[in-house]
Design a protein around this ligand. Structure first.
Ligand code: TYM
Length: 333
């Protein structure tokens, strides 16, 4: 059966190595398997759940498209568009928010993390964010959703919403129940400064992450300053699991080199971190610098990026408008 792939990325700043290894690298592989229909969405409606500078948001939308293309997503094979340009997303999100239950949303850990201590001041959009995500996925009858580990709970919620809608309106299979595609080993890349925290765009220190737009010197410097521990490189998985910073760096190496974690452990067992860091820096430069150079080049081609978004939006609109029409009929509008 043909896989229908859908995934989204927020245009909230430079994409980083976590986005790349957790999600985009997977998008590229799925895009290259000819039998799949792929849709990759720049989720600008999700971005405004926290304050955004309008001009910066506008630039970041193009920046995200540039990162998709530079990483190897082919706009001839995949639909690339921004969410705000297809009104069915907002409409379906409202209808699905009448299906989703407060109790379900109250369990979402990402809202708790993002809202922080002062939940009263968080936007309603930030709270209902996973419902919009469900709308994104369900409008396209998506069968598979490639994401990093942090989105797992949101995908479970999406499945619950789809199931409840089908049950409430007694239409079997109207919404397809999507499968998450989460890599086993490298689905959560951690901060270079703290192995217990996720690598993130919102972390204040730029030294905590490798951005897809970093230069060679920035990569060299960030890996040199990346936190380690005083012991030599671990020689077993059990040992690795007790050393979060070492684990993160070895996972990054394995994912970039496309080799199993066990193989990397064997390769570096007992070596000094300085020796390992040199090899890690080399592979990062090898894989990330071509992407970084291409992003910079594409950012000067605004008209080309806008054309891709426009064409992608037309194709997405064509699919989503048919689904929302059926949703209207089912609901009784
Ligand atoms: P966002 O923009 O936060 O992240 C984009 C993708 O990158 C993954 N990711 C990571 N993977 C591994 N390690 C990390 N440190 C790391 N940080 C981010 C995320 O899991 C994600 O796959 N809600 C989504 C966007 C979205 C979406 C959707 C995704 C909106 N609608 C529909 C799938 C389907 C988000 O905020 O991703």
């Amino acid at each position: 059966m043909k896989k229908k792939i859908f995934s989204g990325v927020q245009p909230t700043g430079n994409l980083h190595l976590g986005n790349y290894l957790g999600a985009i690298k997977n998008f590229v592989e799925l895009n290259n398997e000819n039998e799949n229909d792929c849709i990759f969405c720049v989720v600008d409606l999700h971005a405004i759940t926290v304050n955004q500078d309008p001009r910066e948001l506008n630039n970041n939308i193009r920046g995200t498209v540039a990162s998709f293309l530079a990483s190897g997503i082919d706009p001839e094979k995949s639909i690339i568009f921004n969410q705000s340009q297809v009104s069915a997303h907002s409409e379906a999100a409202w209808i699905l928010s009448c299906v989703a239950r407060m109790g379900w949303l109250n369990r979402m850990t990402q809202f708790k993390e993002k809202a922080g201590k002062d939940k009263e001041k968080a936007s309603i959009g930030l709270y209902s964010y996973p419902v919009l995500m469900a709308a994104d996925i369900l409008l396209y009858d998506s069968t598979h959703v490639p994401v990093g580990d942090d989105q797992k709970q949101h995908l479970e919620l999406c499945r619950d919403i789809a199931q409840k809608f089908n049950n409430d309106f007694k239409i079997d299979n109207f919404f397809k129940i999507p499968e998450p595609l989460i890599q086993k080993e490298f689905s959560r890349i951690m901060s270079l400064k703290d192995g217990s925290k996720k690598m993130s765009k919102s972390e204040v220190s730029d030294l905590s992450r490798i951005n897809l737009t970093d230069t060679k010197d920035q990569i060299i410097n960030k890996i040199k300053k990346a936190k380690t521990d005083p012991l030599p490189m671990p020689s077993t998985i059990e040992e690795l699991n007790k050393r979060p910073e070492a684990k993160n760096l070895i996972c990054i190496y394995s994912s970039l080199a496309n080799i199993k974690l066990e193989e990397s452990i064997k390769k570096f067992s007992g070596k000094n971190f300085s020796e390992f860091k040199e090899i890690l820096t080399d592979i990062l430069i090898d894989k990330i610098i071509p992407i970084s150079v291409e992003i910079r080049k594409l950012l000067d081609e605004k008209n080309y990026l806008d054309k891709i978004l426009l064409e992608g939006s037309r194709k997405a609109e064509n699919i989503a408008s048919k689904k929302i029409k059926k949703i209207h009929e089912i609901v009784g509008f």
